[in-house]
Design a protein around this ligand. Structure first.
Ligand SMILES: Cc1ncc(COP(=O)(O)O)c(C=O)c1O
Length: 485
């Protein structure tokens, strides 16, 4: 079929035969890919320009040539990061759970949009059932929920819902005739809140960033002072987003005290648990980090992070029913979703910000059924223990030091350098070299002015020997770099 010489290539006529051979070939590649991981490396590193040349991205299109297509598939896998490899320590997610991978493949093969029961009968029922399970898990007997594309969007929807509680007319009239609205987050909150402030029309200047205490948690005295100042200047403090597990330090803002403030000042209290919200599965970790969560107004967390479901998979829950639905419902959607109030549960598209919705419920449902709450509770507890172990190794090592003590899951540390060497510069270089030399990819961030290496464990294939071996390799690389002229 390939014809690069100028003659027009023809599409194949029999879809079924084509699909059969394509799937056979595809599954063979997937099998090889998964088998090769151990003791393989997590990357075959190439600099961007070299990789671009290898990929030959400008080749002629429209050739109906499966050999060419599969050559890109193989290259993709060859040069991509192997996220299920234990040395991929960079992100809050890793290679996906197998049940969810099955779900993801089936969702792609069946390719429909999870907007209505009509177009996605099974996924709609699965989504409703899973939301019900999560409402029970969190303790929202009268609540409602929705799957979104991730915590960034969930934070946006929560802020929008809070904004719409200000007055009955705001949804239609906008914020033009309202008093000045102010939202509050800690200075370590995720940047999606800045975007949300931009999108809901208050502007990022009206997102007040509250300094954190020495443990990285929102300073609630300063929050209260800021809320009072806003009220004194006739503004409206309408929304506070607490972070349950900040991105760099893993700090949990104190929910119970925030609830007291909420009751005193009447703002909407949302919890962004994108990362640390997974503590909800484990009763011990829940009571340590999320006490009071069943009383906050809304709560989101990502199944695609610690729980390991294939990207993207998120749940947003509201404590009280009907706000989420009323928030997003504007304009006539019935010509697409045919939705009436009575059929909302079967038409999630009608109260989503998107029109087309990926089927994310299937992979989530399969993971939940496979591992169960107990399995996920054990996973999160194991990650927590491994983080404790990693911190212990850092504290024992003469070459490493913690930048700040560990709050929960994130281990923020650095290689110790002599006074004559810049710690930030050296540790940034060390991180890059570890990746370039295919030793490991680790997260990073700043705490104040200090650059830190940030170890995140979100991979069930990581155990204590893997962590010890990684630190060993990191220390040797650090010493090698130090010795370089
Ligand atoms: C605290 C926090 N909130 C929100 C997000 C955004 O999540 P998502 O990628 O699902 O949009 C992240 C991502 O790392 C995060 O760490």
């Amino acid at each position: 079929m390939s014809d690069e010489s100028g003659g027009r290539a023809q599409p194949p006529r029999t879809w079924e035969v084509e699909a059969f051979t394509v799937f056979k070939r595809l599954f063979k590649i997937i099998e090889q890919y998964r088998l090769q991981t151990r003791p393989g490396k997590y990357i075959a590193f190439q600099e961007p320009e070299a990789l671009k040349a290898l990929l030959d991205l400008d080749r002629k299109e429209g050739l109906y040539d499966w050999d060419l297509i599969f050559s890109w598939v193989e290259q993709y896998l060859q040069y991509n990061v192997v996220t299920h490899h234990p040395r991929f320590l960079n992100r809050m997610w890793s290679g996906a759970n197998l049940p969810s991978l099955v779900g993801e493949i089936i969702a792609a093969v069946s390719n429909t949009s999870a907007g209505t029961f009509e177009s996605a009968p099974v996924s709609t029922l699965m989504e409703t059932a899973m939301i019900q399970q999560m409402l029970e898990l969190v303790g929202y007997p009268k609540g409602e929920g929705q799957m979104t594309t991730g915590s960034s969007n969930a934070n946006l929807i929560a802020m929008l819902a809070a904004r719409n509680q200000i007055s009955d007319s705001i949804k239609h009239e906008g914020i033009f005739s309202e008093k000045e609205l102010f939202a509050f987050v800690s200075q370590d909150a995720h940047y999606s809140l800045d975007k949300a402030a931009n999108i809901v029309g208050i502007g990022s200047r009206h997102l007040v960033k509250i300094p954190v205490d020495e443990r990285g948690r929102m300073d609630l005295q300063l929050l209260e002072t800021n809320i009072q100042a806003v009220r004194q200047s006739a503004g409206v403090p309408f929304f506070v987003c607490a972070t349950a597990g900040t991105t760099v330090r893993g700090a949990y803002d104190p929910i119970e005290t925030l609830l007291d403030l909420r009751d005193r000042y009447g703002f909407w209290l949302h919890v962004d648990g994108a990362w640390g919200g997974a503590a909800i599965f484990n009763p011990e970790l829940r009571s340590r980090f999320l006490t009071g969560i069943e009383r906050v107004d809304s709560f989101t967390w990502d199944f695609h992070k610690m729980a390991g479901t294939a990207l993207m998979c998120n749940i947003l829950l509201f404590k009280d029913g009907d706000i989420l639905r009323t928030t997003a419902r504007v304009g006539d959607t019935s010509y697409i979703f045919g939705a009436t109030r009575e059929t909302d549960d079967l038409n999630p598209g009608s109260f989503s910000l998107q029109c087309g919705r990926r089927v994310d419920s299937l992979k989530w449902f399969l993971d939940w059924k496979y591992y169960g709450r107990q399995g996920l509770a054990e996973r999160v507890a194991a990650y927590h223990q491994l983080c404790e172990y990693a911190e212990h190794l850092v504290l024992q090592s003469a070459d490493l030091e913690m930048v700040v003590p560990r709050e929960s899951f994130n281990v923020c540390f650095r290689f110790v350098v002599p006074d004559t060497v810049s710690s930030n510069g050296f540790n940034r270089k060390l991180r890059d070299e570890l990746h370039r030399r295919e030793i490991g990819l680790i997260g990073s961030g700043y705490i104040g002015a200090d650059f830190c290496l940030r170890l995140l464990i979100a991979n069930p294939r990581i155990d204590e020997p893997e962590i010890a071996a990684f630190f060993q390799a990191l220390i040797s690389e650090g010493n090698r770099l130090l010795e370089q002229p």
